[in-house]
Design a protein around this ligand. Structure first.
Ligand SMILES: Nc1nc2c(ncn2[C@@H]2O[C@H](COP(=O)(O)OP(=O)(O)OP(=O)(O)O)[C@@H](O)[C@H]2O)c(=O)[nH]1
Ligand SMILES: [Mg+2]
Length: 458
């Protein structure tokens, strides 16, 4: 599927030693010849002078990749010019004006040439089956990667590691579908005798494989998207001391005066390759007469609502304070039920651990932080230390896989009731979900959403 010819600056905005203009489309050759003033051999660098009415605008390196052996699967031209915004703009302007020139038959050299939308080059690569959707998404993930682990995983996803996992799941599912569809017309007794053990075994196999991939996808999504952790607790328990300890710098003011932190404070650290977005918040109480503290507490609530995990800090020095304990329980009970809460007791340096089976730390003296981090990672679903074969994933994939899981559960129930038509339907829906992940089955809206997140020129 080939579209209008598109052109864009592929390098970042601003000045640089080199700036690249990229073009993709079909039948570019006559236009390229005119624009560059010579014909270009495929996949070879040529030193070319781009001219505007005889005047040299820039001396560039030009590379031409005729279709289908190119990034997009169409003809692709790359011009490596000097990296000034004006130079590149000028090169593109000349490209447009050459496109309007007429050939011997009186037709425009390159009709419909237009500026590319964000991600449109990679979208073409996907549409021309140069890569599947998982691999295409990994291209932008590689560009966005801000930890080494994310980069390595993006690379593996681009190499098709994740696609292979999804494909193996698809193979099992299709196999099961074939069995179910072909047994629909058999009498019940025959199904029970001939097919049931086989079908149950296949269901189980699929379920195990899916659980495996779901776990890995969850880790992959964490690596890609990071974790939003909100530190909350009553005033003076040591929340700001904890963010300081985790970041390794005095980013937040710590004082013995309750209500020191007024505003939410945000910091990012790298925890085993995962971006941990930490928010320190104003301490919570039931009521305050101070309007600023009240606003601070409202902000705390807002941040809690957006968290992947809440770290609820408790103060060991107030362990026997009943009022404190009661308020703590009330506050905790008021949080959204779907967000996990990691409870930590702070100030273990002054009060010995009472052995409550919970985490004990000293934020001030950096005690117990390793155990805290381990527990945190395990609660957000990070499956152990980074291993080979990890890939990047996104919430979109996780949601789709969870839907597959749902369809399988419902399908299995229908199977229990010997209603094979309904089983077949659930399996069909499950397959659609899986195919949506790789992009074999997709809506234009989904594609639009995915590729609009790319940068222009990619
Ligand atoms: N002994 C001891 N004191 C601590 C520890 N962590 C914090 N503190 C002290 O507890 C007091 C409050 O610490 P902060 O980190 O400011 O507490 P906070 O929860 O941010 O307080 P607010 O911002 O007022 O809600 C300070 O005097 C800290 O020095 C700890 O691990 N051990
Ligand atoms: Mg504070």
């Amino acid at each position: 599927m080939y579209g209008d010819p598109i052109i864009a600056i592929a390098t970042p905005v601003g000045k640089g030693a080199i700036g690249i203009v990229r073009v993709s489309g079909m039948n570019l050759e006559p236009w390229v010849r005119q624009w560059c003033g010579r014909s270009l051999l495929p996949r070879q660098a040529h030193l070319v002078r781009i001219k505007n009415q005889g005047e040299v605008v820039d001396e560039v390196l030009a590379l031409y990749f005729p279709h289908p052996a190119s990034y997009t699967g169409e003809d692709v031209l790359e011009i490596h010019g000097h990296g000034g915004p004006l130079v590149l703009k000028k090169i593109i302007e000349i490209g447009f004006s050459v496109a309007q020139r007429q050939n011997a038959e009186g037709h425009e050299l390159l009709p419909n040439l237009r500026m590319a939308r964000p991600g449109e080059f990679t979208e073409r690569a996907f549409l021309n089956e140069k890569m599947d959707l998982l691999q295409a998404e990994a291209v932008s993930e590689m560009i966005d990667a801000n930890t080494e682990l994310a980069l390595r995983c993006a690379r593996r996803t681009m190499d098709g590691v994740y696609s292979k996992h999804i494909q193996s799941l698809l193979d099992l599912l299709v196999d099961l579908r074939v069995w179910v569809e072909s047994s629909i017309d058999f009498p019940e007794e025959e199904i029970e005798r001939l097919y049931e053990p086989e079908l149950l075994a296949k269901f189980a196999q699929l379920k195990n494989k899916l659980a495996d991939i779901l776990r890995q996808t969850q880790t992959g999504a964490l690596i890609k998207e990071g974790v939003r952790m909100v530190i909350a607790g009553q005033p003076n328990v040591g929340k700001s001391s904890l963010i300081n300890a985790l970041v390794g710098q005095e980013v937040a003011i710590v004082s013995a005066i309750p209500g020191t932190t007024r505003d939410a404070l945000h910091e990012v650290i790298n925890l085993e390759g995962i971006q941990l977005h930490i928010t320190d918040t104003a301490g919570l109480r039931t009521h305050s007469d101070d309007p600023i503290e009240t606003i601070g507490m409202r902000k705390t609530r807002e941040r809690i609502g957006l968290a992947d995990i809440i770290v609820w800090v408790r103060d060991l020095t107030r362990l026997n304070d009943q009022e404190y304990g009661q308020l703590d329980a009330e506050l905790k009970a008021s949080f959204p039920v779907n967000i996990p809460i990691l409870e930590v007791w702070n100030k273990i340096d002054v009060v010995p651990a009472p052995g409550l089976g919970t985490l004990h730390i000293s934020a001030q003296n950096h005690l117990g932080l390793e155990a805290f981090k381990r527990q945190l990672l395990s609660m957000v679903g990070f499956a152990g230390t980074p291993q080979e074969g990890m890939f990047l994933a996104q919430t979109r994939h996780l949601v789709a896989l969870q839907k597959v899981e749902n369809h399988l559960v419902i399908g299995k129930q229908h199977f229990g009731h010997k209603n094979l038509e309904l089983v077949a339907e659930e399996l069909r829906l499950a397959q659609n979900q899986l195919s949506e992940i790789t992009g074999e089955f997709n809506s234009d809206q989904l594609l639009g959403e995915i590729f609009s997140r790319f940068c222009i020129g990619k």
